[in-house]
Design a protein around this ligand. Sequence first.
Ligand SMILES: [Zn+2]
Length: 367
Amino acid sequence: MTPSNGNGFPSNYAAARAAFMTAAAEAGARLYQYVHPSASAPDGGTLSCDVAVLGRADARKAFVAIAGTHGVEGPTGSMAHTALLRSKLPQLASDCRLVLVHAINPYGFACHSRTNENNVDLNRNFVDHSAPHPANVLYAAVHAIVCQSDYSHEQHARQIAALHEWTAEHGADARNQALIAGQYSHPSGKSYGGRRREWSNRVLQQITDEHLRGIEKIAFIDWHTGLGRYGEELLLCFNEPGSPEYRQCEQWWGRDRIGTQEGFDGARRPAYRGLLFHGLQRFVAPAQFAGVAVEFGILSNEAQEGIFMLDHWLRFGDHADVPAAILDDVRRQVREAFTPSDPAWRQSVVVRSHAVMEKALRGLQAW
Ligand SMILES: [Zn+2]
């Protein structure tokens, strides 16, 4: 098995996992496996969320990073974690611990899909499921456009045109609110947050209990690809603006980067529900928790929605009469969209992801 297909980016989940575990062992990290109790990889292989921990047991600060919240975006975070472990960077201050979480959504990673084994978008699952789930009335209006059971080039072009038309009429704010914010009414739909805590959600709390107990200050990164300029990082901070944690992020990564309004086609940032960021923030309380979701830009937002239509069709569509070559091509399109094979994109992401982590680690030492 080749561990990667260029610039340290793993070509699949099994290769990613192997490279991460090898790098962790060679760095002297302690490794913990959280094996999925029921789901398995398409090839029948084990699905596991793996955690590498470096640093002293009595550390008061921790750098925590998560790869694969959205499974299909997993190779980028995996590459970043493995590269960090291979670098000489973990010269941690004595009061800092490194906690790298690999493939928190292993099913999505292994299947090259955004969502998990229940089609839940893990990054919308951290709501209070004992309360009524938030309504997203706009989503119902676009569900039929983005989720179709048939596929052909013509059909796909019609869906994209229909979404374009809907956006032209209602605006990019409405499109983002409909398709990105999160919805809890359509289990086969886009950005579905689920009706209960998913396995990955519970595992994240277990990881917190086992590896972050007693920690007082946490610098956090959740790796994604999607929003922002091609090959460049876009930092989405979900700390309360003006809070001490938000100000830490400004110090570490720059005020302009943290305060950016980019990434949404000139529209406002959607009112996200159930983010992993906020779930983890609750799990680690009362620790101070400062951090960002790091996005690396790929396609335009509109083109990404086209790819999500394909992701949906692969999961739920009618494939009975579809030639294998077309199925393979659609799968390739989805993978390629979220981890472009373009060497320039990859080189940029290697350099920039390292720089983002370096700033966090330096900032954490001074905090
Ligand atoms: Zn993502």
